[in-house]
Design a protein around this ligand. Structure first.
Ligand code: AR6
Length: 179
């Protein structure tokens, strides 16, 4: 499933975020300290190796909605963009903070001249954000940023489960058509 908005292809697939060798950047659903952890953060730090935590140490802590960029270390991607999503029910306004993650990640990738970026479903795991709401927020934020992007041409959602893939497909389909 793909949608093109202002020349930017937005697509969603089922897969593992650390197994996307054709993407220049992948996004981490990070913790404030930019340490390894469970879920996406654990998978990324394990695949990248200890150099990633070392590089990230001086960049931490980050606040909900913020994003920072690091190298990819042993990952097949040149860059990792670490976003701290909101903890649902605690960090407010949740939708704005989640949208900021997507906006800030895309801005960083574009400033770095990267053409492709992959996102997991930030905040929808341990942080408890309902996936339908999160998918709508994410798709809208990406579509709103698309006209401003000079380098980013591919944005890929990489979803772990078939159910999350279906939810993101639907959210992408529901984006307003380009006129
Ligand atoms: N590839 C793609 N998606 C994945 C992967 C993977 N390898 N692993 C999990 N998911 P989460 P959050 C899905 O919990 O809610 C960490 O401990 C997962 O099924 O990784 O933002 C950090 O240290 C879910 O749908 O991120 C933070 O403390 C989605 O990715 C905290 O969790 C996000 O799940 C961040 O929580």
């Amino acid at each position: 499933m793909k949608k093109i908005v202002s020349g930017v292809t937005i697509e969603c697939i089922r897969g593992n975020i650390v197994e996307q060798p054709d993407l220049e950047a992948i996004v981490n659903a990070a913790n404030a300290q930019l340490r390894s952890g469970g879920g996406v953060a654990g998978a990324i730090h394990r695949a990248a190796g200890p150099g990633l935590e070392k590089e990230c140490r001086p960049l931490a802590p980050i606040k909900p909605g913020e994003a920072v960029l690091s190298g990819g270390h042993n990952l097949p991607n040149s860059s990792v963009i670490h976003c701290l999503g909101p903890v649902y029910g605690r960090d407010k306004p949740a939708a704005e903070l989640l949208a900021n993650c997507y906006r800030n990640a895309l801005r960083l990738a574009d400033e770095k001249g990267l053409a492709s970026i992959g996102f997991p479903a930030i905040s929808t795991g341990i942080f408890g954000y309902p996936v339908e709401e999160a998918a709508t927020v994410a798709c809208r934020a990406i579509a709103e940023m698309a006209p401003a992007l000079k380098h980013v041409r591919t944005v890929r959602f990489v979803l772990f489960s078939e159910a999350d893939l279906a939810v993101h497909r639907k959210a992408l389909e529901e984006l307003p058509e380009e006129r």
